[in-house]
Design a protein around this ligand. Structure first.
Ligand SMILES: NC(=O)c1ccc[n+]([C@@H]2O[C@H](COP(=O)([O-])OP(=O)(O)OC[C@H]3O[C@@H](n4cnc5c(N)ncnc54)[C@H](O)[C@@H]3O)[C@@H](O)[C@H]2O)c1
Ligand SMILES: [Zn+2]
Length: 384
């Protein structure tokens, strides 16, 4: 059965097999919970990737009504290998990250019936991944799951790291777990159907990686902004692989966000969560809120004397070229501050932020004065 041959390729591992283009780009090293992330531009490598990682022939695919065609393609790719496939197609949208929908999936697993080895395969964006991953984490004290992300955000961010969860009426992601998948299979061809705004929103998280971890990536984005915006497959595939490696490098050093290292991934997010809450969820896509949030965080870093103004300007220019917002509406500053205090990442009411110290490096700054945050928010509001 010598179908794989592994070749080291520019920091990643290439999975070479005749007629497939599957490329293993990254491995998340977490001892017995380690897993691979494959980046490909077709489904041809899926069975080869999935087979050794799934110990049961019975699988549950979870997807939403906007990505059904991709879920069907996944089922069609797995079926010839003898998998018995149940499929659950949910309505699209954040509302599905609920206990009620989780319960529907529990019912489906019970009816199958699933055993401890039955894998859950989410095919979709971060919503489907978080929800189905959470169901996998909790049913029968933990089922294996293999993530197949179809949004750029899920490919570069939410699929890697094992954070799964659902929302509570009182807050996003309040109920959740750390449950690592057994693998992540990314097919960049699924991005062809992704709406433009969703694609751009995902790019905000890519810019984030550049600012906090990888100055070369940021410079690369500055060179490639236009070819990215038109989703050149080669550029996009390389970029996804690079982001996965960056996220993996953080996750494997701080899997459960205990040392503060993983927290750097929240750059721009304290602001972003407040914008999302005050504007009303759904007004801005998450990545759009993150774009404006990064600009605010960068301005805050400037105010605190950590970085020169030029670094903020570079982010504003790049985000604008990528079609992302860099200013906020004139939302009441007091409401925004109150939302930040409520953010679950805030430690007992003290405002803390991930702030850059230079391009490619950021750290957690505790006890930021409210007056500085207020100043930044006022300076970032769109002048009407
Ligand atoms: N677990 C984590 O570490 C983590 C990290 C970041 C975000 N998240 C979560 O991810 C969620 C957001 O994820 P998202 O931005 O992927 O949103 P999403 O899953 O809601 O997908 C966005 C929209 O695009 C549609 N879609 C997805 N793929 C498509 C495709 N290929 N073609 C056409 N339409 C497609 C979906 O049906 C949906 O309507 C939030 O709930 C957030 O909390 C989790
Ligand atoms: Zn985010």
């Amino acid at each position: 059965l010598h179908i794989f041959s592994w070749v080291e390729l520019s920091g990643g591992l290439r999975l070479a097999r005749k007629k497939t283009s599957a490329v293993i780009t990254s491995r998340v090293e977490l001892g017995s919970r380690s897993y691979d992330i494959a980046v490909s531009d077709d489904w041809a490598g899926l069975v080869l990737f999935a087979r050794p990682r799934l110990l049961s022939n019975r699988v549950l695919i979870v997807s939403d009504d906007q990505v059904q065609q991709h879920a069907r393609a996944v089922a069609a790719a797995l079926a010839p290998a003898g998998f018995e496939i149940a499929v659950s197609i949910l309505p699209a949208g954040e509302k599905q990250k609920s206990l009620a929908t989780a319960s529907i999936l529990y019912d489906q697993l019970a009816v199958m019936p699933a055993d401890r080895q039955t894998p859950v395969i989410p095919v979709g964006g971060g919503v489907i991944g978080d929800l189905a991953g959470f169901v996998a984490a909790t049913y029968a004290r933990g089922l294996p799951w293999l993530m197949v992300p179809t949004t750029l955000l899920a490919m570069v961010d939410s699929s890697v790291g094992g954070k799964v969860g659902i929302n509570h009426p009182r807050g996003k992601n309040l109920i959740g777990a750390f449950h690592q998948p057994v693998g992540v299979y990314i097919n960049t061809a699924t991005l062809v159907t992704l709406p433009e705004r969703e694609f751009r929103s995902g790019l905000a998280e890519v810019v984030k990686y550049g600012v906090i971890l990888d100055a070369d990536l940021f410079a690369y984005l500055e060179t490639e902004a236009e070819s990215l915006a038109c989703r050149d497959p080669k550029t996009v595939g390389e970029l996804i692989a690079r982001c996965c490696r960056l996220k993996a490098s953080i996750v494997q050093r701080d899997e459960r966000e205990e040392t503060g290292l993983r927290a750097v991934l929240n750059y721009g997010h304290t602001f972003a969560h407040a914008f999302e809450a005050v504007a009303g969820y759904g007004t801005w896509l998450h990545g759009e809120a993150v774009a404006a949030g990064m600009v605010c965080a960068s301005r805050l870093a400037e105010r605190l004397g950590r970085i020169p103004r030029e670094l903020t300007e570079r982010q504003v220019v790049l985000l604008t070229r990528l079609g992302l917002p860099t200013e906020i509406e004139s939302w009441p500053t007091t409401e925004l501050l109150a939302a930040m205090q409520r953010d679950k990442k805030t430690m007992s009411g003290h405002l803390r932020f991930v702030l850059p110290s230079r391009l490619g490096e950021a750290g957690l700054v505790e006890d930021v004065a409210e007056s500085d945050v207020r100043q930044v928010l006022d300076a970032s509001a769109r002048s009407s």
